[in-house]
Design a protein around this ligand. Sequence first.
Ligand SMILES: [Zn+2]
Length: 603
Amino acid sequence: MAGHIPEEKVDEIRRSTDIVEVIGNYVDLKKQGRNHFGLCPFHGENTPSFSVSQDKQIFHCFGCGKGGNVYTFLMEIEGFSFIQALKQLAEQTGIDLPDQLSEEAPSEKSQESQAMLEAHQWLTKLYHHLLKNSKDGREAYQYLIDRGFTDETIQKYQIGYSPDSKDFVVTFLEKKGYHPQTMVKAGLLSTNDHGEYADRFRGRVIFPLRNHLGKTVAFAGRSLGQQEPKYLNSPETELFHKGRLLYNFDLARSAIRKEKTVILFEGFGDVISADQANIHHAVGTMGTSLSSMQANLLKKYAEQIIICYDGDRAGIEAAVKAAKLLKSVGCQTYVARVPDELDPDEFIQKYGGDRFKREIIDTSDTYISFMMNYLRRDYNLQVEGDRITYIEKVLQEIAGLDRAVEREHYLNEIATEFQLSVETLKEEVQRIRSQSGVKDKEPKNRYTNDTRQPTVQKKLLPAFHNAERKLIAYMLRDPYIADKVQEEIGGAFNIEDHQVIVTHLYAYYEDGNESDISQFVEMIEDASIKNLAIELAMAPVSEEVSDQEIHDYITRIRSEQWDRTDIRNLESELKKAEQQNEPIRAAEIAMEIIKRKKELKHH
Ligand SMILES: [Zn+2]
């Protein structure tokens, strides 16, 4: 699997990493007995069935069956290739990998995007360096300090300065060996009709825009003086898609997990301001409306989403759109209101972070109250016609709420305000719900419905099947037991997947390896078999196992083998009898087969 990477490296990196720590960045884990438990990031659930073993350095979900070691986890959750997962962990553990490490010969296209990505990292460093060390840069630096940026923030967000020059960056990138045409594609240079290249960002404060892995993929440049436009961003490129990137997601991820809440801003300036005010679980859209891909990503990480957009009309309209989208993908959505048409950044500058937290974030509206306020602005509630239209619109929104208690709460509110009967309102909401095909959940399955049932069927397995599972669990733990089983029955397990696992396991121990499930699963290519091996390794088995118990398992497996062989023999005899036209004998054999098969099932 590891291709031409030395296996020792793969092992070394794996051993220097703690799977609990790595997974802890994504999943809120709680220690329970020997293992850590949390909500599975790979399937929706309300009760934790996702477990991580520190001793064994593996994870396994009893709900959806996913499992593996630290590499598998990163590959699954980040969509990494094996090499990418390896590189990421190598970087974190400070272990050097061979330079020429690559999966296969990179295609021309991926070579080009690699160059684009590298150039962005170089420029991030260069711009940041210039901010602190060049004469013009110092001016920009002072401008930032005057605007309330701390040194720490400037460092953390690698804020920089692009010199007011036509070709400073052109020369820099050329010297680094990048093709200027590629750099135009990357949005770092511009070109004119005469084919001359020029710096795209000039005389601006530079904010690197990082992707979800923390790599700069674009820049936003803010002018210092009168220069227009005030903000100049990188264009959309292969690396940078506004609708996908959430600013600061890489740094905020663990805080979002911890708080189970994310604050969604419109701009990166708000995110940085909030961060300085000790609000670390915030991300920003890149000035475009929230995409459903972003909404789904946020939903995966947070239980609650607080939208905090600008306080002006445009900001409110954008918040309505975002709130509706988040609601539709099933997020618990709140909307924070920033007063006086200020944007969040301005509010924090003016009143400080504490007030922002207390008065804006902590008092954010539920989706429904926000919508009620929003709709109210369009109608004159003193006029009867307007009032009725308003109530109808609000009822539409209330009908969309999942929880009956919540619906009732708001219906009471409306009933009181407009002196209407709650019953009438309820009926109306019920009508809207059945019209739009919303099914009411019976109170009974409100509780059975919450995915407490693992999706993997845990049906009662026949005794021989259980014997095989138990035996493999012990074999995974103890090479001596594996040795004994190999001598007695070799690979003759009845379940095909079990045969594959033990075959690998024998080879693994023959190579002189110790018992180490996390290392062992590296040998297995097939994901479902890998998951099964992990599942068996996680199964609780007693510390001490007697020879007798092992012997019993083996006997059970063997007798199943024989029964199966018997049946196979009988089946071929049956065929013979039929061919030789001996109907009575054939019928007798058929009866015997049915009887044997029945017995087999009851084992
Ligand atoms: Zn799962």
